[in-house]
Design a protein around this ligand. Sequence first.
Ligand code: C5P
Length: 283
Amino acid sequence: MTTITLPAYAKLNLTLDILGRRADGYHDLCMVMQSISLHDDVTVTLTDADSIVCRCGMLPGDDSNLAVKAAKAFFTETGIVPRGLLIDIEKRIPMQAGMAGGSTDAAAVMHALRALLAPELTTQKLEAIGAQVGSDVPYCVRGGTVLAERRGEKLTTLNAAPRFRVVVCKPDFSISTPVLFNHSDSVALLDHPDTDGMLHAIEERDVLGISARVFNVFEQVLTDEQTEVFDIKDQLITLGASATAMTGSGSAVFGLFTESGQAQLAFHNLRQHYQQTYLAEFI
Ligand code: C5P
């Protein structure tokens, strides 16, 4: 086998809490993460060339691309003799959305390289390599319903959450992750998610309990130019969402739905105003 195509799933933050700033400049986090069906397709092909070529739509395919970084980290950390690679990424996940679009492509590249070259490698090892590539990559390697702590690399797999339908809407503006973290350092974060309650609700498959605890601490530090996030949340609630939040460092906003008809209606409604609107479900 010399080529493999894998889906790279987007993530949502059901909760996101910042516990504090660390000496290394990163932040200790506590997040309940959930994979959704919206995905990119990542094809990795072994070639006879001595370079890694990455084709990813309009995005640069150089070393700044997390998929390329992941391939290089994979070879360095496993000691496997580097191979020429062609990485093709068909993007669907919106960029700069807080949905781990780049991180999930990186994770898919590592899964593909394992399948092609080193099937004996453990998922734990892939996650450890992923931690060097980006904070969200270990979670993307694992996927599912997961509690992610510290920088994002301490993972605890939870019972699969009930299969909510999801409408995700990405406004036109984007939010810089480092700027948002810096901003969060300079203001008092008065409200925090009830993470324990969320873990309990997931354990019990309690749809109402989960919905009541969806919360992203970053919503408190948005600027006046970013209030469209709250407009979209309001629209999602009006359209029947049982919960809404910004995901990660934004700017995408999601609504959870228990009925697929309502989710479809909300999707079509929001799609009229926001080109980057998506209908998906938990996986
Ligand atoms: O690890 P990654 O490159 O994805 O992180 C992007 C930025 O997000 C970091 O440069 C840092 O500013 C911020 N970050 C953080 N604490 C984390 C994860 C990310 O401060 N746990």
